[in-house]
Design a protein around this ligand. Structure first.
Ligand code: NAD
Length: 489
């Protein structure tokens, strides 16, 4: 067992200065809610604390702007979204620096997020002009049915901190493409990227009042005010299942349209017939990307007996080679977690798993010093009924369980109330489809650990959510359908 404290790479001074230049250009106030760098614990900015009255006036103003936006042509909306995408690409480096500074992930990962996040804007620029309706002959021949799509109206968007750009663009872009106005509340920990992205949207031609950013010290006041506001027509939320439940309750009062991207507890299955190298790389990406702070992170890693020892040995080497450091340091693979609280949570999860019979092979500790760091951790022989299997880890802890038969693996994979992502590693095509069909979830990575794509309908089943984001399905979340029944004779 290795329990050594690993040293932390410090941030590159030039990269820090460039990140702070970007923060400086946002034109934020000198007081308000503090935004901290989780890698150094220093305060890097303040954002406005918008109260009830401010929220109400933003809702009214977005609703007014939405009336004209809904009358624009699909081509006009598409052109503006295209321009926004171009600006996001042009400012990729600055966006990545900002994401790393406020959220912690490494600069390389932040650049990946900028690519992924801006892809949603490009995708919906293209989808905006394809949002057609339908024509149908009634079965009795007596009439013709024409369906038409129209914007849902003012949409309240609430995003988490783990992908500050992508979670915002995945909502704003389809809403604007459909002809809706929005207010968006980013997570209090990571509001800067949203401010920057919205500034670029305005520069691209999005009317200033069409999109308002709400930062607040009271999320509850925000949701109660915005969701009860008479102008609200829709709420789209990404975050924990617990908060999603509260928002669904509020949304029911005015029967709002809802999209809920909630928590996960993804099972990942490695079969004896998997390609070992591909499985090691894929599992590493599925688990450690974003420091394990992803809703689709592989939470329960099931490895079949015949390959388990070889897999664990190779995977252990990979985990042992992970270098921790500030996201803006040269050579860091793993940045800080989002907050000191997250570190305490990881310590408790590891201690709990060990007390329930797991074996600690790598990491398992928080190094001394500033910043919310926790080492890449490998636990083997995790018990199926232990607490770590039942809830979202949301950190860099890989928890391995062994299994014997396919049926047993499927049964254990589905033994959860969550159903967002699943993963299957096998070289058998039959097995890949058979097992993917049997896992209760909204998306499956087959022989790969990063399944998300702007063109794909991302979302969960069971308590992982309602609705889809991305793909053509993501646009429908912001559209009402009506039909005209035209007499044929
Ligand atoms: P969270 O639920 O604590 O917070 C998400 C957002 O909701 C934040 O902006 C937060 O300020 C806000 N919020 C909290 N309480 C609120 C309230 N009463 N009213 C209005 N807003 C409120 O989640 P988090 O810790 O930021 O993110 C982690 C969770 O998000 C994990 O469970 C993860 O699985 C989930 N997540 C899901 C997806 C997905 O697509 N399914 C993607 C990313 C994260």
């Amino acid at each position: 067992m290795s329990n050594r404290q690993k040293s932390i790479l410090t941030a590159d001074a030039d990269a820090l200065r460039r990140a702070d230049d970007v923060v400086g250009r946002l034109g934020l106030p000198n007081e308000g809610i503090e935004v901290t760098d989780p890698g150094t614990a220093e305060v890097i900015a303040h954002v406005p604390d918008v109260g009830r009255d401010g929220i109400t006036s933003m809702m009214a103003s977005a609703d007014r702007a939405g009336a004209s936006w809904a009358r624009t042509t699909p081509r006009e909306r598409s052109n503006i979204l295209h321009r926004w995408w171009e600006l996001l690409v042009e400012h990729s480096e600055d966006l990545a620096l900002l994401i790393t500074r406020e959220m912690g992930k490494t600069l390389a990962e932040a650049k990946g997020e900028v690519k992924y996040g801006s892809d949603f804007v490009r995708w919906y620029a293209e989808e905006a002009v394809r949002a057609g309706g339908n024509f149908q002959e009634a079965p009795d021949g007596g009439s013709r049915i024409v369906t038409r799509r129209s914007p849902v109206g003012l949409s309240v968007l609430i995003t988490p901190w783990n992908f500050p750009l992508a979670m915002a663009t995945r909502k704003i872009a389809p809403a604007l493409a459909a002809g809706c106005s929005v207010v968006i509340k980013p997570a209090t920990a990571t509001p800067l990227t949203t401010y920057f992205a919205v500034q670029l949207a305005r520069e691209a031609g999005v009317p200033a009042d069409l999109v308002h950013v709400i930062t607040t010290s009271s999320s509850r006041t925000m949701s109660e005010t915005a969701l009860r506001d008479p102008h609200a027509r829709k709420v789209s939320f990404t975050g924990s299942t617990e908060v999603g439940r509260t928002l669904l309750g509020l949304a029911s009062e005015r029967v709002l349209r809802t999209s809920m991207e909630l928590g996960g507890n993804a099972p990942l299955l490695v079969f004896d017939d998997a390609d070992l190298d591909r499985a090691v790389d894929g599992v590493f990406a599925a688990k450690m990307r974003n420091g394990g702070q992803s809703c689709i992170a592989a939470n329960r890693i099931y490895v079949q007996d015949g390959i388990a020892d070889d897999f664990v040995a190779a995977f252990r080497q990979k985990i042992a080679s992970v270098r921790m450091g500030h996201g803006l340091s040269e050579g860091a693979h793993l940045g800080p977690l989002v907050s000191p609280r997250a570190v305490t949570d990881m310590e408790a999860i590891v201690a709990g798993a060990i007390s329930e019979g797991a074996e600690l092979l790598e990491g398992g500790n928080a190094p001394e010093g500033d910043g919310s760091f926790f080492s890449a951790t490998l636990l083997d022989h995790v018990r199926p009924d232990s607490a770590i299997s039942g809830s979202e880890i949301f950190g860099p802890i890989a928890a391995i369980q062994r299994f014997t038969t396919e049926e047993e693996a499927i049964q254990r994979a589905n033994d959860t109330e969550f159903g967002l992502a699943g993963y299957v590693f096998t070289e058998s095509l039959d097995r890949a489809f058979r097992v993917s069909d049997a896992i209760q979830c909204g998306l499956v990575g087959i022989n790969q650990g990063v399944p998300s794509n702007a063109a794909a309908p991302f979302g969960g089943v069971k308590q992982s959510g309602l609705g889809r984001e991305g793909g053509s399905e993501g646009l429908e979340e912001y559209q009402n359908i009506r039909f005209y029944n035209i007499a044929a004779r």
